[in-house]
Ligand binder design. Structure first.
Ligand code: F6P
Length: 547
């Protein structure tokens, strides 16, 4: 169903006009229970969405839109393994990876749960052996450092989780190398002892040039240092869906942990791709991460839409993007260990919903995925928040704050919480000219100077945000938080009628890079566009000069 053809869409468009001149301050003033009213809680996460430009009517129309677009049917289709990734004819079953207890999920008539659990048993055994010093390197040393080589979904998920759960890390040190710029690898390996270093080569396809280039260089570093190709067997394992390419690379199939084409790269941290997490925090805690995500899955699948966290978050996004024209979205986590969450959510959201055609191939006439960006909020306050408060664009913010974490103490924690609450309050209420004037008068500022400074010191406010409070930042609550955003992205994709699970947009650049690399090696290639040819000539001139 094209969402713009629904009655709900038309009503939302009209309704948005009627709210244009309503300030959030006013909405709070006329409803003393607004905060309690526009608030929902599940799986240890409180979502306060009262600071959005909405009222009861907005929500009613948004839920009508979800119904008109058959959201419930879409949800069921995903969980039940229908091939909803239509351009690749694949099911989308990251939820099956974290299914708890007795479960059966069929793909093409085959129950995938036993396969998932068999691989998980292997990763658990392997992670334990590494953590307990039973998996020995080629020269008999225990593993002290683990280097994950991967990119995109084979990097961002495990990296983000390992960082977020660092206070729980009690295994070997885990490092991540993703950029093909060899300085990333070089700097990571600096100080590591090859005899006690294990490499995990993580690639769903095992054809990704960045990952394979880094993996080859890592192998060279290891073999040079240990003096034997045989060392690879004890220092390299692979995570992939492509057994043939893994063995072709020289990694024994016994040292490979598989997953399946129905796991999207950016949804893969729950699969064997999570091995670095298991090694860092232990298989039991990894299982808690899965259980937290499964709890959110259950909530998403069963809670009424009006209480459903992913659905509410998604509909608010649609309201902001399609009806208010706010097409950018900041992710501002306040806990330092969540510092990679914005980057992770950037791939999750932008690779999923950065689409301009509907599933049937028709070009959309409405906005789709937002521009996702951010940095930890507290640092952001000293950097990009100026634009959020007084810039000429309105950019909604998701404030994310876990209220406790092992090792967190006051006064740091208090300052963190106060800062987070202060920012969303300031964005919402702003500061009027009368308030600024009164404050400056009270400080004895001269009248003429007050009038000069006034326009610069006024905050319009009325800038929307969500606040997500987690009771703690544990494997379980983090699992729930990630699943919440996965489902938010899914709901938006379902309503926009796009395929959130392919990523054809990354292909063209990859193909062009192959030809350009040949040209850089000196081969003749067909001419590129004028700009690219000029840049190639410039690169060539610099190369000659530095010789
Ligand atoms: O180029 C984009 C992408 O295909 C992502 O979707 C994926 O997560 C990443 O590359 C890495 O792919 P792979 O795991 O196959 O190396």
């Amino acid at each position: 169903m094209n969402p713009t053809l629904t009655n709900a869409w038309s009503r939302l468009a009209e309704h948005a006009n009627s709210l244009t001149h309503t300030h959030l301050r006013h909405l709070f003033a006329i409803d003393s229970k607004r905060a309690q009213h526009f608030c929902a809680e599940a799986c240890g996460i409180l979502l306060d969405y009262s600071k959005n430009r909405i009222n009861d009517d907005s929500l009613r129309h948004l839920f009508d839109l979800a119904d008109a677009c058959d959201l419930r049917t879409h949800i069921l289709a995903m969980f039940e393994g229908e091939a909803i990734n239509t351009t690749e004819n694949r099911a989308v079953l990251h939820t099956a990876l974290r299914a708890q207890g007795e479960a059966h999920v069929q793909v093409g008539g085959h129950d995938v749960i036993p396969d998932i659990r068999a691989v998980r048993a292997r990763t658990h055994t392997f992670a334990k052996a590494v953590r307990e010093g039973r998996w020995l390197g080629h020269t008999g040393q225990v593993i002290r450092d683990v280097v994950n080589i991967g990119i995109g979904g084979s990097d961002l998920g495990p990296l983000m989780v390992c960082e977020a759960l660092r206070p729980y890390a009690d295994g070997p040190r885990v490092h991540f190398v993703s950029n093909v710029d060899n300085l990333h690898l070089l700097q990571t390996l600096k100080g590591l002892d090859p005899a006690s270093t294990l490499f995990i080569v993580a690639s769903k396809t095992f054809t990704t040039v960045e990952t394979l280039t880094n993996a080859r260089s890592a192998r060279h570093w290891l073999v040079e240092a240990l003096g034997s190709e045989a060392a690879v067997a004890k220092h390299f394992v692979a995570i992939s869906t492509n057994r043939e390419k893994v063995t072709e690379f020289g990694i024994d199939a016994d040292n490979m942990f598989g997953f399946w084409d129905w796991v999207g790269g950016r949804y893969s941290l729950w699969s064997a791709i999570g091995l670095p997490i298991e090694i860092a925090i232990g298989p039991e805690r990894f299982d808690e991460l899965l259980a937290g995500a499964a709890a959110m899955d259950l909530h998403f699948r069963t809670a009424p839409l009006k209480e459903n966290l992913p659905v509410i978050l998604a509909l608010l996004g649609i309201w902001n993007i399609n009806f208010l024209g706010f097409t950018s979205q900041v992710i501002a986590p306040y806990n330092q260990t969540l510092y990679r969450l914005p980057a992770y959510l950037q791939q999750l959201d932008m690779e999923s919903n950065g689409k301009h055609v509907r599933v049937e191939g028709e070009t959309v006439s409405y906005g789709t995925g937002p521009v996702i960006w951010g940095e930890p909020g507290i640092n952001g306050q000293h950097a990009y928040f100026q634009l959020l408060h007084q810039g000429s664009r309105i950019i909604p913010v998701d404030f994310i704050l876990a209220l406790s974490q092992p090792g967190q103490t006051d006064p740091h924690r208090r300052t963190l919480i106060a800062s987070c609450l202060a920012q969303s309050s300031a964005l919402m209420s702003g500061r009027t000219a009368a308030e600024v004037r009164a404050e400056m008068q009270a400080r004895g500022v001269a009248a003429a100077q007050i009038e000069t400074l006034l326009p610069h010191r006024v905050f319009d406010g009325n800038r929307p945000s969500n606040t997500l409070l987690l009771k703690d930042l544990s494997p379980r609550s983090l699992g729930a938080l990630i699943a919440l955003y996965e489902h938010k992205v899914f709901v938006q994709g379902s309503i926009w009628g796009i395929n959130s699970f392919d990523q054809w947009g990354v292909e063209l650049g990859k193909q062009l890079a192959v030809g350009l690399e040949k040209r850089l090696e000196g081969a003749e290639t067909p001419a590129y566009d004028g700009s690219t040819e000029m840049l190639l000539a410039y690169v060539a001139r610099q190369k000659t000069k530095t010789r």
